[in-house]
Design a protein around this ligand. Structure first.
Ligand code: UDP
Length: 327
C-alpha cells in the first residue's frame, strides 16, 4: 500500500513508519521538522519537508503520489504548552487537519487513521475508561484532539471519508533496534525525565503530587509501548481497507502504575538509585487514567505484546543511553 504519514519524523510517527516499511508498504512522509527529526526519517520513505497548514504544499504531494490511506501524526502534543499557548494548538492541530482533509477530499483519498489521546476524556467518570464515556477535556491539547475527531466525523458524513481515531494512553518505550526513540525538547514526559537521572543530566526526578487518592498517593497511568501502538495503526489501516466504518479505539494495556512504581522500576532496570523529590501537583493531571482496550482487541484484533513495565523502561533506557541528547 502507499501510505502518507504527516508527522512521520516524530516519536510515534517514526516508529509506525518503520513497521510499515518492514511490512512492505510504500511510505510518503510529510513533516515540517518543527518537533520531528530528520534523522528519524526512514531512508526508504519518500520525504517532503513542509507544513500541513500549507494547502499548496499538501496538494503538490497528493498530486504527485498515489496515496491510498493517511496515518496522521502531525500535531503539537504537550498539555502544559497547550495551557499557555492554546491558539498554537488550534492552529496546528485543528487548522492543519482541516487543510489536510480538504486536500484529501479534493484528491479522493478517503481513509485516515490518526493519533487521538486519553486527554479527550478529561477527568474520567469511571475506570477503566470506555470509548463511550464522557469526553470533557481539561486542556486545549485534549480539546483540539477531540475537535479533530469531530471534524473527521462530519467530513465523513459530507464526503464519504472514513477515519479511525486511536486514543493513546501514555505512549513510551523505544524501538528494539535502539535506533528510534523519544527525543522531545523540552522533555516533559515521566519516563524520559526519570532516565535523565542515571544518564547524569538531572540530579533527581520530581514527583508531581503525593496526595492523590491512589494506593501510594501518586498519579496512576496506563503506559503503552510505542511498538504496540504501531501495530494498532497497521491494523486500523487494514480495518479501513476492508470497509470498516469510522470508529474510535482506546489503546492502553488496561494496567495502571503509579509514578512511584515507575521510578522504582527504573531503579531496578538501570541499577541507579534515582533520587526522587516531592513537588506540587501539576495542573490538570487526573489521579487515574486506565484504558479499556477491549474494543480495539475485539474489533481490530489488536493485542499489546510489550506491556511489561520493565521491558518498556529497558527499551527506553537502551535508546537514552545511546542517545543522551536525542538524535
Ligand atoms: N510526572 C511526574 N514528574 C515528572 C513528569 C511527570 O510526577 O517529572 C507525572 C505526571 O504528573 C503524571 C505522570 O507522571 O501523573 C505521567 O506524566 P506524563 O507527562 O509522562 O504523561 P501524561 O499523563 O501527562 O500524558
Amino acid at each position: 500500500m502507499r501510505i502518507l504519514v504527516p508527522g512521520g519524523a516524530g516519536y510515534i510517527g517514526s516508529h509506525i513508519v518503520r513497521e510499515l516499511i518492514d511490512a512492505g508498504d510504500l511510505v510518503v512522509i510529510i513533516d515540517n521538522l518543527e518537533t520531528g527529526h530528520r534523522e528519524a526519517v526512514h531512508p526508504k520513505a519518500k520525504f517532503y519537508q513542509g507544513d500541513i497548514r500549507n494547502r499548496d504544499f499538501v496538494d503538490r504531494v497528493l498530486d504527485q503520489e498515489k496515496i491510498e490511506a493517511v496515518i496522521h501524526f502531525a500535531a503539537n502534543s504537550l498539555v502544559g504548552e497547550s495551557m499557555v499557548n492554546p491558539l498554537k494548538y488550534y492552529d496546528n492541530n485543528l487548522y492543519g487537519t482541516k487543510v489536510l482533509l480538504e486536500s484529501m477530499v479534493a484528491h479522493g483519498v478517503d481513509k485516515i487513521v490518526f493519533s487521538s489521546t486519553a486527554a479527550t476524556y478529561g477527568e474520567p467518570e469511571s475506570i477503566p475508561i470506555l470509548e463511550t464515556d464522557r469526553t470533557e477535556p481539561t486542556n486545549p491539547y485534549g480539546e483540539t484532539k477531540l475537535a479533530m475527531e469531530k471534524m473527521m466525523k462530519w467530513t465523513g458524513v459530507a464526503h464519504g471519508l472514513r477515519y479511525v481515531a486511536l486514543r493513546y494512553f501514555n505512549a513510551c518505550g523505544a524501538h528494539e533496534s535502539g535506533e528510534l526513540g523519544e527525543a522531545h525538547n523540552p522533555e516533559t514526559h515521566l519516563i524520559p525525565l526519570i532516565l535523565q537521572v542515571p544518564n547524569g543530566q538531572r540530579k533527581a526526578i520530581s514527583i508531581y503530587g503525593e496526595d492523590y487518592h491512589t494506593k501510594d498517593g501518586t498519579c496512576v497511568r496506563d503506559y503503552i509501548h510505542v511498538t504496540d501502538l504501531a501495530q494498532a495503526h497497521i491494523l486500523a489501516v487494514k480495518y479501513l481497507m476492508e470497509g470498516g466504518e469510522s470508529n474510535v479505539f482506546n489503546l492502553g494495556n488496561g494496567v495502571g502504575f503509579t509514578v512511584k512504581e515507575v521510578i522504582e522500576t527504573a531503579r531496578r532496570v538501570t541499577g541507579h538509585p534515582i533520587p526522587a523529590e516531592i513537588a506540587p501537583r501539576r495542573g490538570g493531571d487526573p489521579a487515574r487514567l486506565i484504558a479499556s482496550s477491549e474494543k480495539a482487541q475485539r474489533v481490530l484484533g489488536w493485542k499489546p505484546e510489550h506491556g511489561d513495565l520493565e521491558e518498556i523502561i529497558a527499551s527506553a533506557w537502551k535508546w537514552h543511553q545511546a542517545h543522551p541528547n536525542g538524535y
